[in-house]
Write a protein that binds this ligand. Structure first.
Ligand SMILES: C[S@@+](CC[C@H](N)C(=O)[O-])C[C@H]1O[C@@H](n2cnc3c(N)ncnc32)[C@H](O)[C@@H]1O
Length: 420
């Protein structure tokens, strides 16, 4: 196993995988700018992997589709695609982003929304969590806006406008703007709801038109569904390529980050239960009686990491082992779904918790080799502008510990390519 670890440490950085020339307009082109999403990868990376490892007409899968980057790029590259995610907000965003809609329809609906908003008298929902995050003026306006959007008959158009609504919720709340952590900022300058929404929708309308023009009538689309990807409704051998970036362990609480959208759109009543559904959540633990970490994770490296962590903090050890256990289930499912010769591309960084190195990439490769995958390529790339919690030490220029004291920044990440 040391072999794998050494090999990854010495992998040189491949500078042509940084896409450092990509401007914001490139990373948000067509529908990619519809909605922010933590730890999304850039379209240029997904596109290159899709084009390098599959052919036009192939089927691409992303089992952690997030905001649908792989799916949109599969469409652009003329591939069929499937995307799954445990997060209903991810599905809302992805569905909005993969569909091309008639601009006339969207313009008409938008005019109607603006007219009806003025006339709406809907009262805000009675919800402590909404009260926690919103001042009364924005709360009332958002409630009226949401009510109007919900009356749109056409399901695709409704989803488009709900996606836009979801993306302004953070701006219009007292959630500290630059923070991924749920922190309130009582001095925040909160913008006007309808003006913010109109700007959001105009951006999306331009994105939709650009996507239509780019596709020029070609009918490629993606299937998107809210699922736990440890078990997927696809046939054995039906997938040619997987392109994905998995969740990190205890790094992002996705359940937390999407709580504003969940509160308004899905009636979130139990945040803890919602958070627990996400692989990588600190709330997921193993059965405390079972200490055979290697049997649980099918990785000697994961077992070592678990044992080291146990000396620091038993709960963290349990969450990390549970994470690797879930990831093993994911790789097993992907092996079933891929055709022989089909490939998996995984974008992942290594990190550190309680001073213990969490070598995700090495663990994944060990687990996948045990299942029967062969490693084709390990690419190390720099992450020039990824939205990750990082700080640099001014004196040394090194990446340093983040404010939450546990996680390190990921200045580089690995792209693992394996084959069935
Ligand atoms: C790093 S993000 C993926 C971002 C994506 N590549 C993009 O560009 O938007 C990881 C995703 O895994 C999802 N996830 C966590 N547990 C899951 C599970 N059990 N099944 C499916 N998706 C899950 C999270 O909701 C999150 O969207």
């Amino acid at each position: 196993m040391t072999l794998i670890r050494e090999r990854f440490d010495v992998v040189p950085v491949s500078h042509d995988w940084a896409f450092s020339q990509a401007k914001r307009s490139d990373t948000t082109y067509i529908t990619h700018g519809y909605h922010r999403y933590p730890a999304k990868f850039i379209p240029q990376l997904a596109r290159r992997l899709i084009e390098d490892y599959s052919e036009a007409g192939d089927t691409v899968l992303d089992p952690f589709c997030g905001c649908g980057t792989t799916l949109v790029e599969s469409i652009v590259s003329r591939r069929y695609s499937y995307g799954y995610d445990i997060n209903p907000i991810s599905i809302l965003i992805s569905m909005a982003k993969v569909r091309r809609l008639a601009p006339n329809l969207l313009n008409e609906v938008f005019e109607q929304i603006q007219l009806n908003f003025g006339a709406s008298t809907t009262k805000p929902p009675k919800n402590e969590r909404i009260d926690f995050w919103y001042k009364s003026e924005q709360k009332e306006e958002l409630a009226r806006l949401l009510h109007v959007i919900r009356t749109i008959d056409n399901a695709d158009a409704r989803r488009f406008f709900l996606c836009g609504f979801s993306n302004i919720l953070k701006n219009c709340s007292i959630w500290q703007q630059k923070s991924n952590k749920p922190t309130r900022d009582f001095n925040k300058n909160i913008p006007d709801v309808m003006r913010t929404y109109a700007r959001q929708i105009r951006m999306m309308l331009r994105g939709n038109i650009a996507f239509l023009e780019l596709m020029n009538g070609q009918a490629f689309t993606a299937n998107v569904e809210c699922r736990d990807s440890r078990k997927l409704p696809l046939a054995n051998g039906s997938v040619d390529l997987v392109v994905t970036s998995p969740p990190y362990v205890t790094s992002y609480e996705y359940g937390d980050l999407h709580q504003l959208s969940m509160l308004w759109l899905e009636d979130l009543d139990d945040l803890r239960a919602f958070r627990q559904k996400f692989i990588g959540s600190a709330l997921r633990r193993i059965d405390s009686e079972n200490k055979d970490y290697e049997a649980l994770t099918q990785s000697s490296l994961a077992a070592e990491i678990g044992a080291k962590l146990e000396t620091k903090n038993g709960k963290t050890a349990s969450s990390v082992v549970s994470y690797f256990q879930s990831m093993y289930e994911i790789w097993t499912e992907l092996y079933r779904l891929l055709r022989f010769g089909g490939k998996v591309c995984i974008v992942i960084g290594n990190t550190s918790l309680k001073g213990v190195e969490i070598t995700n990439a090495e663990v994944f490769v060990e687990q996948m080799q045990r299942i029967g995958f062969d490693t084709i390529s390990v690419i190390k790339r720099e992450i020039p502008s990824k939205n990750l919690p990082s700080t640099r030490d001014k004196a040394t220029g090194r990446f340093a510990k983040t404010a939450d004291a546990d996680a390190f920044a990921y200045p580089t990440e690995l792209v693992l390519v394996l084959q069935k």
